[in-house]
Design a binder for this molecule. Structure first.
Ligand SMILES: NC(=O)C1=CN([C@@H]2O[C@H](COP(=O)(O)OP(=O)(O)OC[C@H]3O[C@@H](n4cnc5c(N)ncnc54)[C@H](OP(=O)(O)O)[C@@H]3O)[C@@H](O)[C@H]2O)C=CC1
Ligand SMILES: O=C(O)[C@@H]1CCC=N1
Length: 284
């Protein structure tokens, strides 16, 4: 199976190695507006694939007819604001029936249906950057012409990047707010914890190590134990102890409310992108 990956920035690169490791994938054509970026990303991914024993061929170049015309599946990994230009470039060259996968925030499958040949199966995916190390989470939704088989195929490809869940497309904006943007909230938390440790006199590198491992371990513990986070939090909080003193400060500063607002705001921005960009193709 040949995959065309269009856009080799942060997220395109993040999903590339995992997709290339799926056994049915024999060839990946990576493209970008800047061919040299795509060639570098493709070269690095091919080296990684070789070192891990995968015989996949990965090439890089600029976007054009050659990149997509014989692809069995096309992954669109450009910013929502660049999608219109990209679709106008590739649409006339798409092989009929090959599914198109978009990872763009906000853009509904109906947007693609208006811009791609009639009947093109579209699958919408919201991944996140921990996909780079196979620890991501991706939510997938089918567009009008996408079948169960198309979803199975996309699920198999993204399973290499971490957990894959299926959601109704109507939930994709809030998913984006929680898990698409979520890593940024967590990185900000690690940064803040590390800064607090440094302010308390720890060497900077040690503070960062403590903060990052605390977040990584707590996340893994929440996932593996399956216990509700309120119970896990309670187990850390001895009566009259240090943790309740710390949590009291978070409550005082409405940190929980801030997370709720952050997710609401990110989801609203996804909807806003959709309404700004997803008009009829002629008006875009
Ligand atoms: N970053 C993240 O955490 C996540 C991102 N996403 C989605 O993934 C998509 C890509 O985001 P991200 O990787 O962060 O963005 P990047 O800007 O890092 O990557 C996009 C790449 O596509 C290139 N590009 C722009 N226009 C075209 C075009 N017409 N044809 C081919 N390539 C083009 C860009 O080049 P140049 O830089 O020169 O413009 C850039 O190299 C977005 O739609 C985003 O919503 C989804 C989940 C998480
Ligand atoms: O910030 C963004 O728009 C993208 C989508 C989800 C994460 N990053």
């Amino acid at each position: 199976m040949k995959i065309a990956l269009l856009g080799s920035g942060v997220m395109g690169s993040a999903v590339l190695s995992s997709i290339a490791a799926e056994e049915s994938v024999t060839e990946v054509s990576v493209t970008d507006v800047r061919g040299e970026v795509a060639r570098r990303v493709a070269g690095e991914a091919e080296d990684r694939a070789r070192s891990e024993g995968y015989a996949v061929s990965i090439s890089g170049g600029t976007v054009g007819a050659a990149a997509v015309r014989d692809a069995d599946l096309i992954v669109l990994a450009v910013k929502p604001q660049h999608m219109d230009t990209l679709l106008a470039q590739i649409s006339p060259h798409l092989p009929g029936g090959s599914p198109v996968v978009s990872i763009a925030a906000g853009l509904p499958t109906a947007y693609f249906a208006q811009r791609l040949p009639v009947g093109t199966p579209v699958v919408r995916v919201m991944p996140n950057t921990p996909a780079t190390i196979g620890q991501g989470v991706s939510a997938i939704s089918a567009g009008e012409h996408a079948t169960e088989e198309h979803l199975d195929l996309v699920e198999a490809l993204f399973a290499r990047t971490g957990l894959v869940v299926r959601v109704p497309e109507s939930q994709q904006s809030v998913v984006t707010g929680v898990s698409g943007s979520g890593p940024a909230y967590v990185f900000a938390m690690i940064d803040a914890l590390a800064e607090a440790g440094t302010a308390g006199g720890l060497p900077r590198a040690l503070a960062l190590q403590l903060a990052a491992h605390t977040v990584a371990g707590s996340g893994a513990y929440a996932v593996e134990s399956g216990q509700h986070p309120a119970l896990l939090r309670e187990a850390v909080s001895s009566p009259g102890g240090t943790t309740l003193a710390g949590l009291g400060e978070l409550d005082e500063r409405a940190v929980r409310a801030a997370y709720l607002a952050a997710v609401r705001s990110a989801a609203a921005r996804a909807d806003e992108l959709a309404s700004q960009l997803a008009g009829p193709a002629d008006d875009a």
